[in-house]
Design a binder for this molecule. Structure first.
Ligand SMILES: O=C(O)CCC(=O)C(=O)O
Length: 280
């Protein structure tokens, strides 16, 4: 290392070694923009998460005065920040495989920007069936990913059930492509329930139309560099003290979200420094 040391630098030549067993998946994400891991969750866990998503959604409808209010803001059938309502979803957001993948792609300093449940019902058009990037309104590309999405499939995903469609490579092009390019390149991965689709948050994607007779649920996590803001203030929703694990505290936003004032920002920096000194 240079004798002056560094700060604010996380990517070094060593970073590439972190890929390990994920290397083929990471290459797919780098080039096509998305890839998948089957069998992240077993059937019992998938059943549990499906049931809990409906409970959280019902609570969130009640919070705003009913589902028609959500429909009026194009937010029907989305259960937001599930981890603040259910420990099983907090466990999912911190699943070791999801975290390892995010660290391999983005580096150590990352923050969970959002965790949303998407309920895709037959006979109802989910707003997420419109093409979008998970970093909305961004029409530029960058040389390395700044955010990664991990969409956990709580139903079999295919063209009939309304599985997610992707435009391969579209994270590398600034603009949304022409209808002809969309038609020739759109791909819907076929995956069993319990899988996770991992994608560069800048790749264009959309939920499919659900033509099956059953509800298709999924839970999306957007994880990013801490220059990006959380959609909902997760620490404030979770309440209480920051976790003692400093990495986890950072991941959930306790470390990166804006401090209330200058003194609070400095107090935040004193706490980790004190624990380093007392351990020395
Ligand atoms: O539910 C899906 O298939 C896609 C969800 C999605 O596009 C999103 O959460 O951004």
């Amino acid at each position: 290392m240079d004798r002056f040391g560094t700060y604010g630098i996380a990517a070094t030549a060593k970073g590439a070694e972190a890929a390990g067993a994920f290397a083929p998946l990471l290459e797919e994400i780098a080039v096509r923009g998305f890839g998948a891991l089957p069998s992240l969750l077993d059937d019992d866990k998938v059943d549990q998460l499906n049931g809990l998503m409906d409970d959280v959604y019902a609570r969130q409808c009640a919070e705003v005065g009913g589902e028609t209010v959500l429909a009026g803001m194009n937010d029907a059938d989305i259960a937001r920040c599930l981890l603040a309502y259910s420990d099983a979803y907090l466990e999912l957001a911190t699943h070791p495989t999801l975290v390892a993948l995010a660290r391999a792609v983005l580096g150590e300093t990352i923050v969970l920007l959002m965790q949303n449940g998407v309920i895709n019902r037959p006979g109802r058009r989910q707003f997420q069936t419109r093409w979008h990037r998970d970093l909305n309104y961004q029409h530029w590309v960058c040389s390395r990913p700044i955010a990664l999405s991990a969409l956990v499939c709580l139903e079999d995903f295919n063209a009939e059930t309304g599985g997610t469609a992707f435009l391969p490579g579209s994270h590398l092009v600034e603009h949304f492509p022409s209808d002809a390019i969309v038609a020739m390149s759109e791909v819907t991965p076929v995956l069993p329930r319990g899988s996770v689709i991992v994608f560069n948050s800048m790749v264009f994607h959309r939920a499919g139309i659900n033509r099956s007779g059953r509800i298709r649920r999924a839970v999306n996590h957007v994880i990013g560099a801490p220059i990006l803001a959380q959609q909902v203030d997760i620490p404030s929703m979770l309440g209480g003290e920051a976790p003692s694990d400093l990495w986890l505290a950072g991941y959930l936003g306790y470390r990166w979200n804006p401090a209330r004032d200058v003194a609070a920002w400095r107090r935040q920096r004193m706490a980790p420094a004190a624990s380093v000194h007392s351990a020395a």
